[in-house]
Design a protein around this ligand. Structure first.
Ligand code: ZN
Length: 167
């Protein structure tokens, strides 16, 4: 599996282009449809995953769905990628993490960042839910790579060390 990051929009949101066996999934089409399209070039897009529906993660969603004739979070079409959808509410009630166990990768959106976690003071945000979601992460291996919605890649092990400040 090959992952490219494009940083898009006024909040510098990470959009990930994930490729496996010549098929591509777009994760969080943040903004700037033309730039995403350019990076994809003429590769075969089979789906689009969204971690949560904040504007800065879905700015180009409509155009992406239309261009590639796909639906958002249409998991049944993406079984060749072998991922698990983990509900991780807290930042928003609809926040979810996409876990690729074979590659040991998680796309966490605005749930977990390098050295921080998502804010919980926005609509549908809930700090108690956030604590529960963080707690649910402690069972997963430390060497999982975290690809967050903003900022750099980190590992779950490093971020677990910070959880104690929130509990
Ligand atoms: Zn958000």
């Amino acid at each position: 599996m090959h992952i490219e990051r494009i940083i898009l929009g006024e909040l510098a949101t990470n959009c990930y282009i994930v490729e496996k066996n010549n098929n591509v999934i777009i994760i969080d089409p943040a903004a700037n449809f033309e730039e995403i399209k350019k990076v994809i070039n003429n590769r075969h897009v089979i789906g689009c995953l969204v971690t949560h529906f904040h504007f800065d993660h879905i700015g180009a969603l409509k155009e992406i769905l239309k261009e590639y004739k796909i639906n958002v979070n249409d998991y049944d079409k993406l079984t060749s990628f072998n991922f698990i959808v983990l509900p991780t509410p807290g930042h928003t009630s609809d926040s979810q993490t996409f876990y690729f166990p074979e590659e040991k990768i998680m796309f966490t959106g605005d749930f977990i960042f390098q050295n921080s976690i998502g804010r919980t003071d926005l609509p549908t945000g809930n700090f108690q839910d956030m604590i529960k979601s963080l707690n649910n992460m402690t069972i997963y291996p430390d060497d999982i790579k975290i690809y967050p919605g903003h900022g750099n890649v980190t590992t779950l092990g490093i971020e677990k060390n910070h959880f104690k400040y929130y509990f």
